[in-house]
Each structure stands twice: as C-alpha cells, then as structure tokens.
Design a binder for this molecule. Sequence first.
Ligand code: SF4
Length: 371
Amino acid sequence: MKELSLYLHIPFCVRKCPYCDFLSAPADGETIGRYADALIEEVKQASCAYTDHDVVTVFLGGGTPSLLHGKKMQVIMDAIRANYRLRADAEISMEANPGTVTKESLAAYREAGINRLSIGLQSADEALLRTLGRIHTKEDFVTAWAWADEAGFRNRNIDLMEGIPGQSLDAFEQTLRFALSCNPTHISAYSLIVEEGTPFFAKYHDGRGLPDEETERAMYALTGQLLSANGYRRYEISNYAQDGFECLHNIGYWNGREYVGFGIGSSSYVNHTRWKNTSDLKTYMSCALREEVQHLTMQDEMAEFMFLGLRMMCGVSKEVFAARFSQKMDDVYGDVIKKHAAEGLLLDGDHVRLTEEGISVSNYVMADFLF
Ligand code: SF4
C-alpha cells in the first residue's frame, strides 16, 4: 500500500495575532460548527480516490483546532477511520492554543484518537506574550500542560518563537529552560518572520525593535546547545526531538510523501499533481472548490525533493533520489552540489546535507536546486 498523510485545516482563532499571516480569523460557534460539517463532508467524499493508500499520519492544524468541540473532533476522526485505511499506529497530531482548552476538551480529543499534541507557548515571558497578542498567559500554558498530561497525551510538542520584538537572549534562555522543565517529547523553535500585510509589518518592517542579527544567531545557537545537552536531537532546521519522537507528519512532507489537505486554503500533493482548495470560507462551505491545480514535471518534483529534504539534518539520500527519479543526483545536481560543497555549505556523501554554515544561508543554497 502507498502511504498517505492527511492535513485538516481549522481556520479559526479567538482573535488574530498581529504577526500572523496564516489563513485564520475569529468566528462564532455556529460558523465553526458548519465549517466542521463541510470538512467532514470533504473528508468523506475524497476518500474513494485513496483506497490503495494507508494513512500513516493525520495533522489538524490552523488556526486553532482546539476551538473545535471535543464531540466534533470525535465525528471528524470517526469519518477518517470509516473512510480511510488509517494505520493502527498512525501519528495523529493536533495543534492547541493554551487559552482555548479545558480539562474536558483535552480528554475528549484524546478519546477521539488524537495521540500527539502541539501546544503553542511561544514565550514564557508575559510581556512578550502580550507583545505577540497571544490570548494566553504562561499560567494558562502550565494548566493546559497538566490537563494534557492527565488526559494521557505522552507525545507533546511545545512551539517556541525566537526574534520577538524586545526579546533578549536572557529572556529567550529562560523560555527554553522553562520548556525543558516541562519535559516535552518535541520542541519547535521558529524565528519570527515579519510578514507583509500584518500589523507587525507596519510596525517592524525596518527591523527597529526586533533583536539584531547577532542576537538572533545567538538564540539559534543557544537552542541547539541547550536542547542537545538535554537529550533533544535537532532533526530539522527548527525542530528538536527526544529519540523516537520526531514529527512523522512533517518528516513525510519533507521526504516527499503524498498528502491530501482538507479545509480552506489547504494543499494536496498526489500522483505528481498539486492542488489547493479555495481560501474563501463561503465558497468552501458551499462546494469545497479546488482553486489551483498544477501538474508537476519531473524537474518540479526533483527540485522540491531537494529543497524540502535539505531542511532535514540527515539531508537527502542519493540512493532514494535515484530510486524515485531513475536518475543519479550527481547527474542532475552535480555542479550545484560541488559548488556549495566547495563553499563549505554542503556535505557531499551518500547523503547531501547542509553544514552548520549552510543552515544559516539555507535559502541561498536551496534556491540553486530550482531549475
Ligand atoms: S493563534 Fe496562531 S493561527 Fe491564530 S492568529 Fe495567532 S498565530 Fe495565527
């Protein structure tokens, strides 16, 4: 059987954070309920195309999936189980905002079959949480973490953010140490990107108020050192895990596994074709329209395979590349690999991977793999 990942997008939040450019917005309970029904319908209707696939991971992302009622989550998971070949050991992840969960909702999510929780802390510093416009406090996180434990979630990620306006290296270290004290199985630490069109862009587009480049680099280095000293292995540029707790959904994505996205704005990649759902809520709720369909050429797929695979610390296997594309990686990318290896940015062996220096200029290196 071929392996497949499912992604379900829940585009609702209590309020919009000023730095966020994800497809998400506040909505009332009735709209959230109707959207969930449309999502369930889409999940069911699409299933006939994947009878020869085993679903190995499911990811509920957003937005804020934890705005969904526990009972609704049960119906969604029942629809997946009834209509797809969901592997018994499938990783089923859900993102949660600490300001939206209750002891009961977390127990209901676990009961529904969610077995991995990703909780967005971002920072353990109250002032920085306010700067980010987050709806939760550190205390909310502590409570949610304890409830998640009680509900039986053993596989839990904490999302952290580097480069917040006004964030010092010291404040960031305290957040890292706090996260470690919670003993999560996984930590994601992403740099804040000031995205055009957000209130943060209007305020910080010239970089004033943000930590300078040197501080940002020190935060990244500190994350690696501290987490590694505490038993977490960096397996992707921004992701760290205890042994055996790497996020299988994201690894599948970086390794080019096929995936189907449900909900507004979600993308799918199956059988050399990528498509994207409409981003318009009303249109989606009426007919779940596909907005863009792109048939990928072999070159598109090779470039993407390299581009995504280089995010992983293990890099891209030449053997897997050859098996997938019936061409040797060196025949296609030999010059690019040689060039960046000579610059000290890539390591060239059975796998091609970024060096530490290469990670800091990863966009420059990856861009060369595009045709
Ligand atoms: S909670 Fe997450 S998805 Fe929602 S607005 Fe804030 S950053 Fe965006």
